[in-house]
Design a protein around this ligand. Structure first.
Ligand code: SF4
Length: 142
């Protein structure tokens, strides 16, 4: 298996090296990620705080990009962020205060355009939310 030095910013808790990079806040305008200002390992104890929700509904999790074992990886790039940049509008004008920017695959690929759309991305959506009605590739991570 080939694992990248770059981080996937929409990862799953089962991936080794996973950390919490943000908390999903849900308001009338839809989900919005509040980015953390310290590194928090995604330990079982931290992930349990999401209960009874799926951790991916509550947290944005980052972990080393899994490259070829991820369905979004096309051999050289992440197709998910390419799709997000093409199909979703920016939701912020400035770069969010995100701790993983230097190693973020999405930022490495798409630059500020990725960061301007990133706060609306939820890895696991609740079926009942209006945003969940949008195409999954637009709203969901790996
Ligand atoms: S796309 Fe930008 S804001 Fe989102 S995780 Fe990567 S560096 Fe952080």
């Amino acid at each position: 298996m080939s694992v990248s030095d770059l981080m996937c910013p929409s990862s799953h808790p089962s991936v080794e090296g996973c950390q919490v990079i943000g908390i999903v806040e849900r308001g009338d305008g839809g989900p919005e990620v509040a980015y953390l200002n310290e590194h928090i390992a995604a330990t079982p104890e931290v992930l349990d705080l999401a209960g009874p929700a799926n951790p991916g509904e509550v947290f944005r999790l980052a972990a080393p990009c899994q490259t070829r074992t991820c369905p979004h990886f096309d051999g050289g790039a992440c197709g998910l962020i390419t799709s997000i940049v093409k199909t979703l509008a920016p939701v912020v004008d400035a770069l969010p205060p995100c701790l993983i920017r230097k190693e973020c695959r999405w930022f490495h690929q798409e630059g500020a355009a990725a960061c301007h759309r990133c706060p609306q991305v939820v890895t696991v959506n609740r079926p009942a939310t209006p945003k969940a009605a949008e195409p999954a590739a637009q709203r969901q991570g790996v």
